[in-house]
Structures are given as C-alpha cells and as structure tokens.
Design a binder for this molecule. Structure first.
Ligand code: K7E
Ligand code: CUA
Length: 652
C-alpha cells in the first residue's frame, strides 16, 4: 500500500525532515518572558491526570491531579482531598483518563470548565479553569468502562457517558457471563451541568441494548438536540472480542434525541431504580471535599420512548464519531473500514420521517445506510480513528495503521493532503476543533508509539505529540514534544479566554475551614482522646507553632496548616518525618491537613518543602513524642522559651 512504509521509517529520526517546515523553529518559538497563544488540556491516559500544555511551544505548564493521588500537592493524601477519590467501592486512588472536554455555550468555548472521564471505575470530573483544580467528581452506576465520555451537548446542558463494557444492572445479582444477551445492558448516562456553578448531577440513564459504546459527540446547530455515539460489539460477544466482535460488516452509530428524552421524563416515563454511586464536591470556602453516596437513579427504557433512539449502520467497528462545526455531518471512523462514511443530519431527519428503516435492533429502528449517507471518503488511509475540523470545510482524520493525518473536504469527500505521524497516531486535536467555531492554526497528533524519536530511556520510552501548521493548504510538521502519561484526547483554547480570570490566592477572611487559624494568635494544639489537632500557620519564614510537646506514642496528629500569605505564588509546603502519606502544598489563604502517626518516642522534625524565601531553609520545627504514660503537658510555641500550655477549654 502506498504509505505503509510511513509506519516504519528506518533509522533515527528519519522521515521527519521531508515534511518539516523550513521556518518551523520560528513558528513554535515562544520568546523568554512571552506567553503561549493556547492552553492545551491533555488527558493523561493511564496516569489518571490532566496536563496543561502551552501551544505552540509544547511546554508543560501544569499537571492537574484528577483521579490519581498526586504526592506533589498532597492531592488524595491530605485529609481535605481524600473524599474526592471516594467511590461506591471506597477509596479508589487511580483511574485511566482519556477525554478532555471544555464547556461550551452555543457550541463555542466559554472558558469555564474542563471535564474528563475516569475509564476504569466509571467517573466524570469537573475542573475549574479559574483555579486549574478538580472541583467535582461524580461516579456512574450501572456502567463498566466509562469510555465514550464526557462529551457535552450544545450548551453544556449535559456531559454524556456511554458504557464501554455492557454489564448487568448493578443490583442484578449473580448471573453467568454467557447470559450477556439476556441480562446485560448498555447504559448511557446524562450528567447535568449547572449553568452557574457547574455542579454535576446524574439526571438520567438510558437502558439500551448490550453493546460497547466507544466515543460520542454532541450535535450542533440543526442537530443540537441530538448526541451521537459510536459502538462496536453489536455481535454481543462476551469472549475473544478481537475475533467475535469483528464479524459484522457494520456496527452502529446511535443517534439520541436527548430533548425527547427530557420530554419523556417530564411525562413521567422514567423509572427510579436503586443505585449506589459517590458524588464528591470540593469547596473553595471550607477548602475541603465532601463525598455523598447517592442511592437511586432515574432510568428511561427505550421501549417506553419511541422516536428517541435510532441506529445508523457504520462500517466496521467504528471508533471515533465526530460532528462537523455546522452540525450537518456526522463522521464515523471504522478502524477496520476501507472508507470514511459521512452521514447527513438532514437526511437522517428525512429518513426518519419517511421510515426508511433497515429492520430494528432490540426494538430500536436501524436506519437504511444509503438513506442517511452523505457519502464516503474513498481510500483515505488505513485505520481511521478520530476526526477534527478547521472550520473551513475541512476534516482531519487520524490513521492509526498507516500513521498519518489525512485532510479532506467534507462536502466533496475528496482527500486534499496527507502527512506522516511518528508513529501510530490516536486522537487529533485542533484548537476549538469540536466546536462550532474552531480556532484552527494547528493540528496536534497524539501518538501511541515514539520509537526512535527521542533519546532512549530504558524499556519505557516517552509518550509524544506532534504539532502541525494547518494555516496553508498543506500540513507542515513543526514540533515533537513529549507528554505526561499516554495522551488520548486534548482540547485547546486561546489563552486570552481564561488567563486573566485565574485565581491568584484565597482570601484568608473567607476561609471557613473548621481548623483554620487566621493569624498566629489563633494557633493552638488540642487533644481529643488519641487525636491531637495542631492549628498551625505558615508565613515567610516560620511555622507557628514550631515546637510542640506533650504528644504521646500512638497519637494521631493532625497538622492543620493555614498559609497566611496573601500574595500570588507563595505556597508553603509541609512535611514531617515518617508520614505515611505525602507532603501538603498549601496555597495562600488555604488550610490543608496532614495526618501523622506518632509511632516512636523521641523528637521528630518537620519542615517547609517549597523554597519560599531566602530563609526557607530555616522554616522548620520539632514535635516531641513521649511515652503513653508520661505526664509531659501539651504545650506549643514559636520563638519563646516558655511553652504555651493547653488550657482546659482546648483540652476537651
Ligand atoms: Cu481513540 Cu480512549 Cu479516545 Cu485514545 S481513545 S486514541
Ligand atoms: Cu515556606 Cu519554604
């Protein structure tokens, strides 16, 4: 095949030169002291986090901890953040995060929130684009493998989530695996997003046939009331899917009229069923998270809801399912297909009205393929996966097997250009590519394999992305840059939309943490049985208190550290020898808590981990642990020889 050799160019760094733009260095150069034009929010894959990358430089600006504990900031280790990782299974400190989605209003980026999926223990997270922190995580019941998630509707009414692994409903009990067809279901969750606060709620789930949902996209413009899901395993196999789920010539794209679903709910067609899932919310006021276990969910059975769901046949085991900026075209990417099918939303509506069906699947009408097809892109390349858009009528599809990006015209279905990727490209991302108003300029390829592109680093090589200029007719490779974790999808937004809204600090007078000390005068140490609470403050360059005595062997000591600083970029860290968790990194005006077990008699030091001032190295202290039966009184101080003793009030 014509480009097969691009999968395996020989030799170090070969092939890159042929497509490299002559002025590449200049185009990605961001001079010292100046800023990147775009923020790129990149999923971390199996590292469970999101990273923030500047474009066009490819420089990593930040890792936002989401589903995985992050020792650097104490995420998932501090007492305040542990509840964020709570689930119906208890504490789950890892996940596999594939898709970043930015919030939209009228189909355009609005710069408010980012969302990302937890694939393994089904969850959706919401991240604030003001604080670059995870503010909310909601678990999804009745699901297994939250892969086609979280994709938003036209005004971010919902983040949707289709299950990759169909499973029996959570409360179904014990059934044999080979009762897949009878007992398993493919749940699709609709998580509503509050317009003002962004707060998430699991509004309803659709109980659809047991197949595997893979990806999804919300409609736009004419199709804004709809959302589309690609699927595979319509064979309904429960073993050796590699073979058994590739039998049929066509699988489906599921078209969901979510407005209709809302109508059916309003008419009382929904059924509340028991379900157990966690809903975790972080507060910037208490600087703490709460986890609530929810106990039921509203479900809609398609049997009670005609005209809500339609299957569109799509060749063969589709992966990506993308909607163009006009909302008129739906593009399926069959990994094993020889063509890229483009479906017309207008034709879908007409075919539904004319009842142009090709049978049904478990009661859901299957559309006639030719009646809804706009056309097929012929010989696009091998292994089409994902498609992005430049807003000028062009689509860009990643080809996993032939390792290339193919640019084609949506109306005419003609291939316009192709460039190699190094190697095995997964998702593509164009800034604003999934919106009605793509910002264009670049396409970024997120690759699965780097082989010889970087210096070797032992058995595990870096993951990588590549940046291409798409301002001209031909795509031009500008830059390779390594990524954090295995990148899947990413979304980029102009920096100007969010950079001036960034939160610089938390106001100390607004701090409602139950263990806050709003000044050194409020610092103290209290005992409640075996729990010792240290109300501590940090400021350049000391802790108050920095000498603590009267702690006994076996006590649990809670260091509640309030950072009194009210300047931007002055965090203080806190670490104590032998702590079984991590450090905490406390932002100005914030309180965070490190729990420490007094496991031996003697003196233990603690210190600030963040180089905060010229006297950072002096920012340290001691805690004394005495025998359980000792009568050393509970005392504390900073800078005085006499220790302050706990009075009766604080002792109780
Ligand atoms: Cu194609 Cu998980 Cu979006 Cu990766 S998925 S590539
Ligand atoms: Cu505070 Cu270093």
């Amino acid at each position: 095949m014509f480009l097969l050799n691009s999968c395996k160019p020989a030799g170090q760094g070969s092939g890159g030169g042929s497509t490299l733009a002559g002025d590449a260095a200049q185009k990605v150069y961001v001079a010292p002291g100046t800023h990147d034009e775009f923020y790129d929010f990149v999923s971390g894959g199996f590292n469970g986090q999101m990273s923030v990358v500047g474009l066009p430089s490819g420089r990593v600006l930040r890792i936002i901890p989401v589903f995985t504990q992050h020792a650097e900031s104490g995420w998932g280790y501090s007492e305040e953040t542990k509840p964020m990782l709570n689930t119906s299974h208890g504490f789950v400190p890892w996940d596999d995060a594939h898709h970043t989605t930015l919030s939209v209003t009228n189909g355009e980026h609005d710069g408010r929130w980012a969302f990302i999926n937890g694939n393994n223990t089904p969850r959706i997270a919401r991240i604030s684009l003001k604080s670059f922190r995870t503010e909310e995580i909601i678990e999804l019941p009745n699901s297994g493998g939250n892969h086609s998630s979280p994709f938003v509707t036209f005004n971010s009414e919902y983040a949707v989530a289709g299950t990759r692994f169909s499973v029996p409903p959570d409360n179904f009990g014990d059934v044999p695996i080979n009762t897949f067809k009878q007992n398993f279901k493919g749940y699709i969750s609709f998580v509503s997003i509050d317009k003002t606060t962004g707060n998430l709620a699991l509004k309803f789930q659709l109980t659809t046939p047991a197949i595997s949902y893979d990806l999804a996209r919300g409609g736009k413009g004419p199709s804004k009331d709809w959302i589309f899901f690609s699927s595979y395993n319509t064979e309904q196999a429960n073993t050796l899917l590699e073979v058994n789920a590739s039998q049929k010539d066509k699988d489906f794209i599921l078209a969901v009229n979510w407005k209709k679903a809302e109508e059916y709910l309003a008419k009382g067609k929904g059924k509340k069923v028991p379900a157990k899932y966690a809903h975790n919310v972080y507060s910037d006021v208490t600087h703490s998270a709460t986890s609530t276990i929810m106990t039921d969910v509203m479900t809609l059975d398609p049997k009670d809801c005609p005209d809500m769901l339609y299957f569109i046949p799509c060749p063969k085991s589709p992966h990506g399912c993308d909607v163009d900026p006009t909302g008129q075209y739906i593009i399926g990417s069959g990994k094993l297909a020889a063509v890229i099918p483009v479906f017309s939303f207008a034709k879908l509506q007409k075919a539904i009205a004319d009842k142009k069906f090709d049978g049904s699947f478990e009661g859901i009408p299957v559309m006639d393929y030719n009646a809804v097809l706009h056309g097929e892109v012929q010989k696009p390349g091998l292994g089409p996966l994902h498609t992005e858009f430049d807003g000028k009528g062009n689509a860009y599809t990643s080809m996993f097997v032939s390792s290339e990006i193919v640019k084609w015209n949506i109306e005419k279905l003609t291939v316009l250009d192709r460039v190699p990727t190094y190697y095995s490209v997964g998702h593509l991302s164009i800034p604003g590519g999934p919106t009605t108003k793509p910002w264009g300029k670049y396409v970024i390829a997120y690759n699965k394999i780097t082989k010889d592109r970087y210096l070797p680093t032992g058995p595990e090589l870096t993951q990588s992305a590549q940046l291409y200029d798409i301002t001209g007719e031909k795509m031009k490779l500008l830059l390779d840059f390594p990524t954090i974790g295995e990148p899947h999808y990413a979304e980029a937004i102009p920096a100007s939309m969010i950079k001036d809204k960034t939160i610089k600090l938390y106001k100390i007078e607004e701090n409602k943490h139950p263990y806050v000390a709003k000044g050194e005068k409020e610092t103290k140490v209290t005992r409640n049985g075996k729990d010792v609470h240290v109300y501590m403050t940090s400021s350049r360059s000391h802790f108050a208190p920095d000498n603590i005595e009267g702690v006994k062997l076996g006590d649990d000591v809670y260091f509640h550290v309030t950072n009194l600083e009210q300047d931007w970029d002055v965090p203080h860290g806190f670490a104590v020898r032998g702590a079984n968790n991590a450090e905490i990194l406390v932002m100005p005006g914030e309180t965070q808590t490190l729990k420490w077990k007094a496991d031996r008699i003697g003196i233990t030091p603690f210190y600030c981990t963040d180089f905060c001032s010229a006297l950072h190295q002096e920012m340290q202290g001691y805690i004394r642990v005495s025998a359980p039966n000792s009568n050393v009184p509970l005392t504390w101080h900073t800078g005085k020889t006499a220790m302050k003793e706990a009075d009766d009030k604080s002792q109780k």
